[in-house]
Design a protein around this ligand. Sequence first.
Ligand SMILES: Cc1cc2nc3c(=O)[nH]c(=O)nc-3n(C[C@H](O)[C@H](O)[C@H](O)COP(=O)(O)O)c2cc1C
Length: 202
Amino acid sequence: MQRILIIESSPREAESASRRLTAKLRTRLRVLYPNAEITERDLAKDPLPHLDYRTVKAIFTRDQTEAESLQEALRLSDQVTEEVLSADLLVIASPMWNFGLPSSLKAWVDHIVRPGKTFRYTADGAEGLAREKKAILVLASGGVFTQGPWKSWDTEEPYLRLILGFIGITDVQTVRAQGMNIPGLSDQAIPDGEKSIESLVI
Ligand SMILES: Cc1cc2nc3c(=O)[nH]c(=O)nc-3n(C[C@H](O)[C@H](O)[C@H](O)COP(=O)(O)O)c2cc1C
């Protein structure tokens, strides 16, 4: 493991359960891979812009001259995509907001799912190009979504697994702090999440 990319998206700073778990995971990663280079991308402190007219045009144009004239519009998108392509391990930490991702993380997804870079279309359909990588999802939620009546309401983990699979990343593990808003569960949510970090296969 040489390069690790850690993406944070909770704006709740020290109160954030996902950030607490990422801190624990970062410590474990530093012990396991002391020489690995860790890149941090904090989407709450430094949000990416939504894709605008020029960026979408630049991503999808097939005209070489137009692509060259729009190169600047892709600067940021190229940078975050390169962070993904050069990483051996992606850690994606996210709060659940309205049963899905916060829009800051969705904006990141829109920047890194790039034709010709992280996926391509072939005669047999789409093919992921971000291969030989692992990912760890660090998810925090007010409710419980791994079992029980709310399981099917979780659009976050299935979506992240789907999009990672689309770009070629299928080795995905999840740790959770769940039940953060449920009396009787909230006290144990972070310790349980921290314990599950110990059993990750990294
Ligand atoms: C805007 C907003 C929307 C939320 N929506 C949900 C939700 O749909 N389901 C849920 O279980 N918890 C929801 N929560 C609670 C958070 O998931 C919970 O506070 C979690 O700890 C957030 O992660 P963080 O502590 O890393 O910020 C929401 C919280 C906020 C602020």
